[in-house]
Ligand binder design. Structure first.
Ligand SMILES: Cc1ncc(COP(=O)(O)O)c(C=O)c1O
Length: 408
């Protein structure tokens, strides 16, 4: 048991007992790999969260945290945000799925055409990876070609080069790095005549308004007569409501959105130009729970809140204060660490020049913050319920964690 800076007794023993049980029942102890605890933080990190409200969560031992994990991105308004809770609860009383679509499917589709630049038509699904798989299938069916030249993570269904994935898939999904226009161009040349699409996932560390990369992707896709897909799973409803395509003014042919669009209700969407989306009338993308009314009710309430309140502006303001404050603390303590990238979802970087030392510092910082009631991850997220006081309280605790030392 330790006592934190705000005088709270902290033990995470219930979390770790449950973790032991989970590891006997669930490979890796969790169904989401990124939710497994960090090696080196045994009996420090909370493994199970019991509830959340606004920008705070409580673990199963009763410890409170100012939270920047936000469910790995989906919680943009705040945990248990009243307007979303009410909408979902009201829908729950009417049932969640039926043998025909619910009118909300049409209503939310209409809303999305109004907020996503590339969107004439949509298809709803449940996860980001599933929506991305649908986008790739549509691109292949539309063009009659197999190769998708990709940049960034598109979900586990597109992972290649690992156990369980035939090696021949590698050839259909070559990848290039964010910003590597030359690399993209040479892949397009190399696979000329076989490429269905270029797909790009927003890379948060590099998002600056001056970045011309996505415009270059559009230019090269057009020059090679292939489709352009944006994976807006992280960037949608976070950098702008309409994602990077709104921020940079570059319109793709297809895009996928998921995290953030329903404040944590499970939903994803494939959106795109009518001429491409109508390909779904001659190939199969279909799922029983795709149009469930609970997630759609959550999406409707979330999108309405974004339109009524300046949610995106708030995320940027809170994010900037957090990023500037954290970077000033690191600079003041002469620590080679920083928050980098888009302030609404900054990435934590350590650059000592030695990967093992970077990792030791990261683990020490995460541990110091957990002990002081702050929960962050490699990418941290602010939500609409974080207020200035929450950010400033976070910065005080951060300063304290850094002063306690990151070298061990
Ligand atoms: C950019 C990006 N694309 C796709 C995915 C996959 O989404 P999901 O985990 O909902 O399948 C993620 C998940 O983190 C992501 O960050």
């Amino acid at each position: 048991m330790t006592r934190d800076v705000v005088g709270q007794d902290r033990s995470v023993e219930r979390s770790w007992a449950l973790r032991a049980e989970a590891c006997d029942l669930i490979p890796r102890g969790t169904s989401t790999n990124s939710k497994a605890p960090t090696p080196g933080l045994e009996h420090v990190e909370p493994c199970f969260i019991a509830r959340g409200k606004g920008c705070r969560v409580w673990d199963v031992d009763g410890n409170e945290y100012i939270d920047y994990r936000n469910a790995l991105g989906p919680v943009t308004l705040g945990y248990a945000y009243p307007a979303v809770v009410e909408a979902v609860r009201e829908q729950l009383d009417q049932g969640s799925v039926y043998g025909y679509p619910h009118p909300l499917e049409v209503e939310v589709a209409r809303m999305l055409t109004e907020v996503i630049p590339c969107c004439d038509m949509v298809r709803f699904l449940k996860t980001g990876g599933e929506a991305m798989a649908a986008g790739i299938k549509v691109a292949r069916a539309h063009t009659g070609r197999d190769v998708v030249v990709r940049c960034g993570y598109h979900g586990w269904l597109q992972n290649t080069g690992e156990a369980g994935v035939p090696a021949c898939f590698d050839d259909c999904l070559p990848s290039f790095a964010w910003g590597d226009v030359g690399g993209l161009e040479s892949l397009l040349d190399q696979h000329e005549g076989r490429v269905a699409a270029v797909s790009v996932a927003g890379s948060y560390p590099h998002l600056t308004p001056e970045d011309a990369f996505l415009g270059e992707c559009r230019r090269l896709a057009d020059a090679h007569d292939v489709l352009l897909i944006f994976d807006e799973i992280v960037t949608g409803f976070r950098i702008r409501m309409g994602g990077v395509q709104e921020y940079y003014g570059v319109t793709p042919d297809l895009a996928v959105f998921s995290k953030g669009m329903a404040n944590g209700m499970p939903i994803s969407v494939l959106a795109g130009a009518e001429g491409v989306m109508r390909t779904l009338e001659r190939t199969t993308v279909s799922s029983t729970f795709a149009g469930d009314a609970l997630a759609l009710a959550g999406a409707k309430a979330t999108i309405a809140t974004y339109r009524e309140r300046d949610v995106v502006g708030h995320l940027w303001r809170m994010g900037r204060r957090l990023v500037d404050g954290v970077n000033a603390i690191f600079r003041g303590a002469d620590i080679p660490g920083r928050f980098q990238g888009c302030p609404t979802c900054p990435q934590l970087m350590f650059e000592t020049g030695e990967a093992e030392r970077d990792q030791r510092m990261r683990v020490a910082l995460l541990g110091g913050l957990f002990r002081r009631g702050v929960s962050i991850y490699n990418v941290s997220y602010v939500n609409f319920s974080h207020q200035l006081e929450d950010i400033d309280e976070t910065l005080n605790r951060w300063d304290d964690a850094v002063k306690a030392g990151l070298e061990r």
